[in-house]
Design a protein around this ligand. Structure first.
Ligand code: CLF
Ligand code: SF4
Length: 476
């Protein structure tokens, strides 16, 4: 006979194990998985039922994408053919998401037809949906029926008065009527909270995306985080608004600027107390393909898969080979974990958990994936940023730059775009990279950034800890 507290511990352990199993190979829900597994978005959902002031319908849904890029639209059949085609070539592909270009649940027919076909032809792949949350309550049974284990809801405000929401959403279209201003914002919030509650009750893992809009909801986001925690949401992703007049959005035209790294770090710090945060989002497009840090969408033209038969594509998808590839990835991850040891403190909310002196540094890393420091400084277009002390480290964010330092022989005009990189890394103390030339190293030293290539091809996390100990704590 077992006592009740033992059985409740067992239930909790089982719940934890089932969640870990669900997120293990989802690159967005697991920070660790994003170095190893890829996702594909299929652009089957063109329409939307609300208007966000940071969105221009000419482009993709900026709740799960960056504005300024358009995707080609796909029918459900074409979408599934694309998944089979890509999944055969990029075997780390583990998730299919529907994230626009409009809202998945404003296009329920296309969305659920796609998921139904995926269940049939690609049964090993995870299904993921992103939505503004207005219509979840109407489709909750279909979401459960197709075993969609991951749903992202964009929640930018929980202000019941509708004041903050009305500055973000000029209108909401619901049951044949356009609801404007405060009325629309209140209606949207009511349906979002109801929808999230229903998803959580069904055991579906919910991620909340919150767009950080300085001057509008930045001070309010900790309250969103608090609500998100109360609702049992798995993870929150605070995404900085990307805003420029040329994107043609209301905010862009009104001169609202993009949120800065500093503003994002401040907002993350304020929300971190309440909820587990996703910090590795790449604000990818509605037809994104590949690992989160890379964009391979332009490699896959419609002509390469649309006219092929499902039989031919299923053969190419090769379930058995994919299974073996995923087993190999898991073997590699186990080895990597053993090498890195227990040095990350993703839940640390104060510096003492990272450092015996209370001092921490920011460390930038260049990588092409697989959990290693395996990218040259010259070719890096993004940097992983860790906060590190002598005891432990914590992943903070990634930072992208428009241009890598070296633009390749074809594009080289004798100039090197270092200023943008210096700005992106201005608050960092250490750069760990596979290789860096003397000239850029001198440039970076001018902003007090130490460069070290002695950890080339080594596991990232262990190297970050060893790196700060070597350079700043003298305990290596
Ligand atoms: Fe796509 Fe979104 Fe699923 Fe991921 S993205 S639908 S949960 S599979 Fe990921 Fe891209 Fe960020 Fe989205 S990095 S924008 S959080
Ligand atoms: Fe645009 Fe997405 Fe907002 Fe719809 S939900 S208006 S597609 S950002």
């Amino acid at each position: 006979m077992s006592c009740s507290c033992t059985s409740s511990t067992n239930t909790q352990n089982e719940l934890h194990a089932s969640i870990m199993q669900k997120i293990n190979n989802h690159p967005c829900y697991s920070q660790d998985a994003h170095q190893h597994y890829a996702r594909i978005h299929v652009a089957v959902a063109p329409a939307c039922n609300i208007q966000c002031n940071y969105c221009n319908r000419k482009y993709d849904c900026s709740n799960e994408s960056r504005p300024g890029v358009t995707s080609y639209k796909l029918s459900p059949e074409e979408a599934v053919k694309k998944v089979l085609h890509v999944g055969g070539l990029i075997q780390q592909l583990s998730v299919v998401g529907i994230a626009g270009p409009g809202d998945g649940l404003a296009n329920p027919k296309q969305t659920f037809e796609t998921f139904a076909l995926l269940k049939k032809y690609a049964p090993d792949i995870k299904l993921c949906l992103s939505t503004n949350g207005l219509m979840i309550h109407k489709h909750i049974d279909e979401i459960a029926k197709y075993n969609i284990e991951h749903v992202t809801v964009t929640l930018n405000s929980v202000d019941e008065s509708g004041e903050i929401g009305s500055k973000i959403y000029p209108w909401v279209f619901y049951e044949h009527k356009k609801h404007r201003g405060v009325e629309g914002a209140k209606l949207l919030l009511e349906k979002q909270l109801l929808g999230i509650q229903m998803l959580v009750e069904r055991g579906i893992l919910v991620k909340v995306n919150s767009v950080l809009i300085p001057g509008i909801n930045d001070e309010h986001l900790p309250l969103v985080a608090k609500k998100v925690k109360e609702l049992g949401v798995f993870i929150q992703n605070v995404m900085p608004i990307i805003s420029k007049p040329e994107y043609g959005t209301k905010f862009g035209l009104d001169g609202v600027p993009s949120a800065t790294h500093k503003q994002l770090m401040k907002a993350q710090e304020a929300c971190d107390i309440n909820v587990k945060l996703m910090r590795h989002c790449r604000q990818c497009r509605a037809d994104a393909v590949g690992l989160l840090g890379e964009d391979r969408s332009d490699e896959f033209f419609k002509e390469s898969f649309a006219d092929k038969s499902f039989a031919e594509l299923s053969h190419h998808y090769n379930l058995n080979q994919r299974m073996k590839t995923h087993e190999n990835i898991e073997t590699w991850r186990r080895a990597l974990r053993a090498a890195n040891g227990k040095i990350t403190q993703e839940d640390a909310t104060n510096k003492d958990e990272l450092s015996s002196t209370g001092d921490t540094m920011l460390v930038a890393v260049t990588t092409r994936g697989n959990g290693l420091i395996n990218d040259h400084f010259g070719s890096a277009k993004e940097f992983l940023i860790y906060e590190a002390g002598d005891k432990a480290i914590k992943f903070i964010m990634h930072r992208k730059v428009e241009n890598s330092y070296c633009m390749g022989k074809e594009n080289c005009n004798g100039t090197y775009p270092i200023e943008e990189i210096k700005n992106a890394l201005s608050d960092c103390h250490l750069l760990l990279t596979q290789k860096i030339g003397e000239c850029p190293q001198k440039e970076l030293e001018s902003i007090h950034l130490t460069c070290d290539e002695s950890f080339a091809d080594e596991p990232i996390e262990l190297s970050v800890l060893k790196g700060v100990r070597k350079h700043f704590f003298a305990t290596a």
